[in-house]
Design a protein around this ligand. Structure first.
Ligand code: IMP
Length: 435
């Protein structure tokens, strides 16, 4: 029995989808604990393409149970759309295989409208570059104690009452502050009535089910979304998402006790990317030949919004923050093959900010924006490494790079990914077997 948490170590898009897919093979339960359909990953299995924004990709395995914890926020329409897509491909989702916490909050249509209106009203240097999926406004209602939860779908009279209480304020904001059309509570309630009927059989108590699973000796995989530097408390605030993305939230966001977590694996790209606004000390400017190499060879476009990702060198400060904040017991290094062909590689060991050394991301966002990375240079390798399946067969310079990455971060690679395919991966240590 083991419980393993997987989190993004940078600003999201580290290749979690592929690593989660790999580790799911060894798990009995796969659990999401935060975020919503701002996340996204694409998997190709047996020639069929699947895009997941909310359901754990473990649903593709017939013998796994997937759970959506209380820390997740759910766009019910998107969720049902994903279920319909799976059914069309011959994979009907049944309640025995998908459980949604009654305490998970619902993303309402007005959350999406407010998210987009708020972003639209910000000046260009203040824009967070949200995904526009209603994430911030939904979490605001959750913390403000005015949100609607999955469990409310089981009592539509109560749902309508709560909705009516919330909608007055939302309409004031939409019409008066953002010059948007007002929304109609009755129409929303009617839509949700239909959604509720379909979703009711999936709603339950994730905490109880996971506890029973743990006692029965099952393997549980907790799948984080976004990345450490996007954490609402520990990231580059305000250029963050609205949830805690770090490993601690695997417990809070699912109702699982911290003493039962055995391993925490941080997924980290061999370089760095970021989508949306905010500080990114090792960013290479647009038009830079190496930045273009990383962008093109790494196909660095967002899975949810299709936006071009900003690209830069590996950042040891970000990596160390991730090891500390998540208590990482290992790293999954992804996209190592993208670096092949570069003459020399740079890794940031620390920052200088106005003459002061920083070994962590500065808490002050203005200082973070001014951070100058101090680089070490290493020779690159020319070989194509996509066919390599054992650590010892990697070129010497590639192994040296991985060693430096380990030294700078303080955590050892347990998985190394050298290409997008399922098989283009080295599992150096299985966290489920050795926990
Ligand atoms: P939100 O989560 O839509 O509110 O967006 C807030 C910030 O987080 C923006 O900079 C987004 O680009 C970023 N973000 C949200 N979800 C993801 C993700 O899954 N990968 C990478 N960045 C994300």
């Amino acid at each position: 029995m083991a419980s393993v948490v997987v989190v993004g170590a940078q600003w999201g898009d580290e290749g979690k989808g592929k690593v989660v897919d790999l580790l799911t093979k060894y798990a009995d339960y796969v659990v999401r604990f935060q975020g919503g359909n701002n996340a996204g990953h694409t998997l190709v299995v047996d020639g069929k393409q699947y895009i997941f924004h909310i359901i754990p990709s473990g649903i593709l395995y017939q013998d796994k149970v997937c759970a959506i914890g209380n820390g997740v926020i759910v766009d019910a329409q998107v969720l049902l759309g994903e279920m319909d897509n799976l059914a069309e491909k011959g994979l009907a989702v049944r309640p025995e295989r998908l459980l949604i916490s009654a305490n998970a909050h619902l993303i309402m249509p007005y959350h999406r409208m407010l998210d987009q209106a708020r972003e639209g009203a910000l000046s260009s240097n203040k824009k967070i570059g949200t995904t526009g999926r209603g994430i911030g406004p939904c979490y605001m209602d959750k913390v403000g104690r005015t949100g609607l939860k999955m469990g409310d779908l089981l009592d539509m009279a109560l749902f309508r009452e709560k909705l009516a209480a919330s909608i007055e304020e939302k309409n004031f904001l939409l019409t008066q502050l953002y010059q948007q059309p007002a929304i109609d509570a009755k129409a929303i309630a009617a839509d949700f009535e239909k959604l509720a009927e379909r979703l009711a059989p999936y709603i339950g108590n994730v905490s109880v089910v996971l506890d029973e699973a743990r006692r029965a000796g099952k393997h549980i995989l907790f799948e984080g979304a976004q990345g450490t530097q996007l954490d609402v408390d520990h990231g580059t605030y305000p250029f963050v998402t609205s949830s805690n993305t770090i490993a601690g939230n695997a417990c809070t966001g699912s109702g699982f006790g911290p003493a039962h977590i055995d391993e925490v694996i941080g997924i980290i790209k061999a370089y760095t990317t970021r989508v949306g606004g905010g500080p990114f000390p090792t960013e290479l400017p647009e038009g830079d030949a190496i930045g273009d190499h990383l962008q093109n060879k790494g196909h660095e476009f967002g899975a949810t919004t299709g936006r071009r990702r900003r690209c830069g060198w590996f950042d040891g400060v970000v990596a160390r923050d991730a090891v500390r904040l998540n208590g990482l017991t290992g790293l999954a290094v992804t996209k190592l093959d993208v670096l092949s062909g570069l003459d020399s590689l740079q890794l940031a060991s620390h920052y200088q900010v106005e003459g002061r050394r920083f070994d962590r991301m500065p808490e002050n966002i203005l200082q973070a924006a001014l951070a100058q990375p101090v680089y070490e240079s290493m020779p690159g390798w020319k070989e194509d490494i996509t066919a390599v399946r054992s650590y010892a067969d990697l070129p010497r310079k590639t192994r040296d790079y991985l060693q430096r990455l380990e030294d700078l971060s303080g955590a050892r690679p347990v998985i190394v990914s050298v290409g997008p395919g399922r098989e283009e991966t080295m599992l150096l240590r299985n966290p489920f077997e050795q926990a």
